[in-house]
Design a protein around this ligand. Sequence first.
Ligand SMILES: Nc1ncnc2c1ncn2[C@@H]1O[C@H](COP(=O)(O)OP(=O)(O)OP(=O)(O)O)[C@@H](O)[C@H]1O
Ligand SMILES: [Mg+2]
Length: 196
Amino acid sequence: MDTKPFMWLPIPTRHGWRVTLHTLEGQIPADYAEAAERLAHSWGVHAVRVSSDKPGRVRLAATVRDPLVKVDELPPSTELLKVTVGRLETGTPWVIDFRTVPHWINAGATQSGKSNLANALIVGLAPQPVALVGFDLKGGVEFTPYAPRLSALATTRAECGGLLDDLVALMTDRMGVCRMAVRPRERPSRIIREGL
Ligand SMILES: Nc1ncnc2c1ncn2[C@@H]1O[C@H](COP(=O)(O)OP(=O)(O)OP(=O)(O)O)[C@@H](O)[C@H]1O
Ligand SMILES: [Mg+2]
């Protein structure tokens, strides 16, 4: 059956437009993601991205041209542990917020931009009141320029092991402080008695 999904009017965005659709019975956002490249070709745009913030709704964001061709500077974030590291493929700022997601892995193929990302993170965090330590097993080639800002920089396997031990000791100390600060819980039997 050839039924078209209901589509709201497109809304212009800085780099193109976005439009919301109501999915048909049995459809999921991945069905649209699979067709995104075909849609980009038939609409004559650079790319179509698919997202969904509500069950039964799919948002298609079309970018007319590649927003990453022109390199421009973004204002640095002023919020603690938040770093604007660049732009996303949609043209919107790419913000890494360590308070929302504290753990990250920066991995990728050779020449995919890992060092650039690491540099952007250090440059973004350097003015903030946070401690930074570096593990640089490229013999210090990557992070030595930042040494004056780093609390520690390990550049050999042995130094990395030592630095990790130091960090674990620091973490254990802090866990001890947290443990002491935790209010002792009331015993459940007492709470139950009082509730009766
Ligand atoms: N976001 C980006 N936009 C455009 N060019 C980029 C971007 N990130 C990196 N590059 C370019 O891609 C190349 C590789 O970047 P980079 O050295 O950061 O990659 P890498 O993953 O660390 O490489 P390697 O595996 O060799 O260490 C460089 O020429 C860099 O200028
Ligand atoms: Mg690199």
